[in-house]
Design a protein around this ligand. Structure first.
Ligand code: B12
Ligand code: SF4
Ligand code: SF4
Length: 308
């Protein structure tokens, strides 16, 4: 077995469901898409994308010695859905359990240590979400799947309920073939069912997206921004309606992604009375910290007060 094959076996052994290797290179078409997307204002207030667009658009501006990107995917589907929650308030399944950044990063660090034991001189960086890397683009280049019309990466065997991460290393490896098929075909379910019309084919307008509004948007909503459709954190609709998820979702064995009991059991009143101390305790090791108490509380009140 050569080193590239051994690397991929190790990734599976560590608990990733998908792995592939792509050459670390800049893709002018994707850089152009990113620039057009920003120029049209679709990034909304996410200035952190604009500030590091040169790195996001060209991996060598981020890691000059990069030669290979080992792209991994981890299944977070638990078999439960919004109808299992006692409250009418909806909460995205990706944030039900422990913070995925920490779960994937800890496995990626073990992965890098193992690689370094075999090749001590290797330099590598572990990335999950927050690094200026176009993760879906590299996952497609590494053969994991394709970017659907909702813009998330879909795999044949798990649908799109997968977190993505990468190890970027400074040695050449054997590269996988990119996933070239687009298996969306004539389907437009995600576009049709998005309640705020945030999707155009393969493009998202973050200004309209409930995930953006509930997580990334800071401060109070203006009247035309407040459409949250009962979601208090993130939004899963475009993935729930996708036939690839309806047919191919597999329950994850990663216990850390299963919901905190409060997410399932809490009713509207419990959410309405959540205070800052309660927020800190409940979401101590959770991705939900990103909105801070003020953001989550704003979303809860926005949804509940609309009912009155
Ligand atoms: C910014 C961001 C967001 C933003 C913007 C979403 C987006 N699609 O860009 C917001 C806050 C809305 C968001 C929401 C969500 N996110 Co998010 N997000 C990111 C982040 C940090 C960067 C994505 C990025 O580079 N966007 C810039 C645009 C330009 O890139 P793009 O979407 O890949 O666009 C490509 C195509 O759409 C097309 N395109 C775009 N514009 C144009 C214009 C033209 C003219 C053309 C022809 C083509 C085109 O070309 C681009 C590439 O060539 C990534 C992590 C990372 N570092 O990559 C996570 C990431 C994409 N998010 C993730 C998740 C889980 C979500 C949510 C599902 C969370 C939730 N349940 O609420 C939602 C899904 C919403 C959706 N339908 O995309 C996962 C997706 C995993 C997967 N299987 O794909 C990622 C990869 C994080 C991770 N490490 O797991 N997210
Ligand atoms: S996450 Fe929700 S609001 Fe955003 S594009 Fe998907 S369906 Fe639309
Ligand atoms: S819902 Fe249909 S169009 Fe949208 S991503 Fe899934 S297969 Fe593609």
């Amino acid at each position: 077995m050569n080193f590239s094959e051994a690397i991929k076996n190790k990734a599976l052994e560590l608990g990733f469901q998908k792995v592939g290797i792509a050459k670390a290179e800049a893709f002018s078409n994707h850089k152009e898409n990113l620039e057009k997307w920003i120029a049209s204002g679709r990034h909304a207030s996410m200035d952190w994308i604009v500030n590091r667009k040169e790195e996001r658009g060209n991996i060598h501006n981020y890691f000059p010695e990069a030669k290979s990107v080992i792209s991994v995917g981890m299944n977070y589907y638990t078999g439960l859905n919004q109808s299992n929650l006692n409250s009418k308030l909806k909460f995205s399944n990706y944030a039900w359990g422990e913070d995925y950044h920490a779960v994937l990063k800890s496995k990626l660090y073990q992965f890098l240590d193992w690689i370094k034991k075999n090749q001590p001189k290797i330099k590598g960086i572990a990335c999950v979400d927050t690094s200026p890397v176009m993760e879906k683009v590299f996952a497609q280049k590494a053969g994991l799947g394709w970017q659907g019309k909702h813009t998330s990466l879909i795999t044949r065997d798990y649908g799109s309920w997968l977190f993505l991460g990468e190890l970027i290393v400074d040695i050449p490896l054997d590269y996988d073939s990119p996933f070239i098929e687009d298996l969306c075909g004539s389907c437009t379910a995600c576009i049709d069912e998005c309640p705020t019309n945030a999707l155009d084919e393969y493009k998202i307008d973050s200004n309209k997206c409930i995930s953006y509004r509930s997580i990334e948007h800071r401060g109070p909503f203006k009247v035309n921004e407040s459409e949250l459709q009962d979601w208090i954190y993130g939004c899963d609709i475009c993935q729930e309606v996708c036939p690839w998820n309806q047919k191919f979702s597999v329950d994850t064995s990663e216990k850390e992604f299963y919901p905190r009991k409060e997410i399932i059991e809490w009713e509207d009143d419990d959410w309405a009375s959540l205070d800052e101390e309660g927020f800190r305790k409940l979401f101590k090791q959770s991705a939900v910290k990103r909105t801070k108490y003020s953001g989550l509380n704003r979303n809860i009140k926005e949804n509940l007060e609309k009912e009155i």
